[in-house]
Design a protein around this ligand. Structure first.
Ligand code: TXA
Ligand code: MG
Length: 344
């Protein structure tokens, strides 16, 4: 199969993409978070193709993408008032809500759960494709399962050339990490995955918020967890990743003393001068955390090279969007953190 990359602004792009979705095929779609691998979320056969192409475990449910909040009622029942408040504040945008699923949603989409994850992405073309398709689009991140997510059309092409007919190119993703997931079927609501909508923003609207343990610690692969996707080693290049915390100077001293041939450094742009001659890769500015979230997966993809043995990574501190960057990097590192303040 030939894989076409079509610009989101090309005439007829929405019609072409939605024709494929309506016929049960797959289309890679841009969103503000990461690219998704989309199919008709109400068609079990179409959804099965997503799992096959991605190599995704069957027990990992998909997010349904809607074009507006009104579409929620066709998919979910017992929608709490808080869902509407969150949608009003953050949709379209990087927030996914877990709600009670109606029977029209195939078990393949929800991986047999009684709940469904729904979000309205902040991409004009993708919302147009959903509208024209007339169905919610099920879309996981478009990476091959277990690999870093895709934040450009070229990343998607790299992973799926020859396997899908169309990639809609909406440029580089603005947020760069996957959406925040909040489970509203529990009281208080539970944060299952941090993202561009921050825990602070959610708390301000919801009052209390429980943070799921899978957000902050590694989870055994056989464990029963709320968001099944959180238990897989994720977002990771094939090598070992180690986070080195502490001041810029102490971390650089420790890394330079310990790195071996075939190791790489992933750091903040401000720290590059500390790693002269080490071929360090920067993923954004520490002082502008949005550049870190936007650049993280592209950098992890560069480091996803069989010749790289260990990546020493610098991770931003604090809450807000930094919390989501920490979560992805710590998952890539299997939560291994070395404190250079103690060791250097
Ligand atoms: O930003 C995003 O959310 C991107 C773009 C394409 O929208 N999508 C994405 O999908 O990240 P994926 O499949 O890579 O991650 C979905 C996560 C998984 O961890 C999955 O287990 C969880 O959502 N999930 C889906 N349905 C769920 C449910 N009913 N209950 C709990 N977790 C659920
Ligand atoms: Mg994913």
């Amino acid at each position: 199969m030939k894989t076409e990359i079509l610009s989101a602004s090309a005439p007829g792009c929405g019609e072409k993409a939605s024709a494929i979705i309506k016929a049960g095929g797959l289309v890679a779609i841009p969103t503000e978070t990461v690219y998704g691998l989309g199919a008709n979320g109400l068609d079990p056969e179409a959804v099965a193709q997503i799992f096959a192409v991605k190599g995704r475990p069957q027990d990992n449910p998909l997010i349904l993408h809607v074009s507006c909040v009104e579409e929620l009622e066709q998919l979910c029942h017992d929608i709490p008032e808080s869902a509407y408040r969150l949608a009003e504040a953050f949709w379209p945008g990087p927030l996914t809500m877990v709600l009670s699923a109606k029977d029209c949603i195939p078990k393949r989409t929800t991986a047999g759960l009684s709940t469904v994850a729904v979000r309205c992405p902040d991409s004009e073309i993708t919302r147009e494709i959903i509208r024209l398709s007339g169905v919610p689009i099920a879309a996981p991140s478009a990476n091959i399962s277990g690999k870093p997510s895709t934040t450009t059309a070229q990343h998607v092409y790299h992973d799926h050339a020859g396997k899908i007919p169309l990639i809609v190119d909406g440029g580089a993703c603005r947020v760069g990490v996957e959406s925040t997931i909040v489970d509203l079927t529990e009281t208080p609501p539970r944060l299952l995955r941090p993202g561009g909508v921050t825990p602070e923003q959610l708390e301000a609207l919801l009052g209390a918020l429980t943070v799921d343990k899978a957000v902050t610690a590694s989870v055994d692969k056989d464990a029963v967890v709320k968001a099944p996707g959180m238990k897989y080693r994720h977002y990771a290049p094939q090598c070992q990743v180690l986070i080195v915390s502490g001041s810029a100077q102490k971390a650089a001293r420790w890394i330079r003393a310990n790195m071996r041939d075939g190791d790489r450094i992933l750091c903040f742009e401000e720290e590059l001068p500390l790693y002269e001659g080490c071929d360090a890769l920067s993923y954004g500015k520490e002082a502008e955390v949005e550049t870190l979230s936007a650049g993280l997966f592209a950098a992890l993809r560069v480091l996803d090279d069989p010749n790289v043995k260990t990546v020493y990574a610098r991770c931003p501190e604090g809450g807000g969007v930094a919390y989501a960057v920490q979560n992805r990097l710590k998952k890539a590192a299997a939560f291994q953190v070395i404190d250079a303040e103690v060791l250097a």
